[in-house]
Design a protein around this ligand. Sequence first.
Ligand code: FE2
Length: 390
Amino acid sequence: MPFDKIYKYTVPISLDFGPGAIEGLAKALPRLGTSRPLFVCDKGIRECGLLDIATQALNSDAAEYSTFDGIASNPREENVLEALGVYQDEACNGIVAIGGGSVIDAAKGVGLLASNQGDLDTFDILDGGAAKITNKPPPLVAVPTTAGTGSEVSRGALIITTREGVTRKMIAASPLLVPQHAILDPSLTLSLPPLLTAGSGMDAICHAIEEYLSPRSHPVVESIALGALERLAQALPRVMKDPANLTGRGQMLMGAMMAGIGFEKGLGVGHSMSHAIGALHDIHHGALNATLLPACFEFNRNEIPEEAATRLCDTIGIERQSQDTPLDSLIAWAKALNEDFTIPQRLRDIGVPGEDREILIELAMADHCHRTNPRRCEKADMEELWERAW
Ligand SMILES: [Fe+2]
């Protein structure tokens, strides 16, 4: 890395990791000054009993808490506002987010609006919103129940807003939005169904790959991203075959969290397109990234140095055919994973309508992730990605 400037990095927060770590919630909340938490989740988390496990971890019949289970699978502004209403009406003083990235992102939105003046779009990073997040949100404990988004350690929250008929994913990002504490308990992920395990796991794998390939110089994240990828690439096929494999589930949670630490190195063009599609269609974010991954490798072919592609192959443990370039091997590996996990190979097959081409390309261009893509991405380039992936 060139020594022509001062580099500034942020590497976060306190974590409890291991089977049964959820029991630590009773100690974590008072330490953060929270006597009445709002538990934020979605209906699925309540129905499968994970919300009960979390509230029972408070260890006291007299414990006071509130719950809100209305977060959608791609979180929307109205979900955040509804949860905020409960937070304020019931005089809560901290939040426990138990769920996937959507729930954790929505909980960050609740905390943001509970402590700062303005609506969600006020804080969009594309409009200089980061500087407007000046007040510290209430304490947030993140309890991920999927191994994917890394939102439990990240500073970002993606929430769908609609203004004057335009729907998109706004992004709030600030060090103040990083949860104060995260509980990574692999036993909470054992009941995750195969498609969600695969989708969220592929999301984490895409994070690690896009971070590693991002041209932004960040040696800390470069190492973390490779460490994350090694864990994830080995553990995901294992837990898909054997969902009760606690060690594999733990490796997935650890890898996804590590990749979450890496966001500040930047993601790539695949995430710009998946964010765009996710704003208009209720399709799983991780599955979208998985579908896009082979096309993204192809799209970036001339800008991925052979050394970097070789390093990725070695990290993943790909046994290369001698006639293949390392990039060809990566593409074959990504396609084979999708096939094994029954994730569609093309956007058209995962439910993205062709008539949305123009609006999705426009939304993807407005997303910030492609700015750290290895290949510079103008509108014509994004059109090319669409053609490759749709
Ligand atoms: Fe993602």
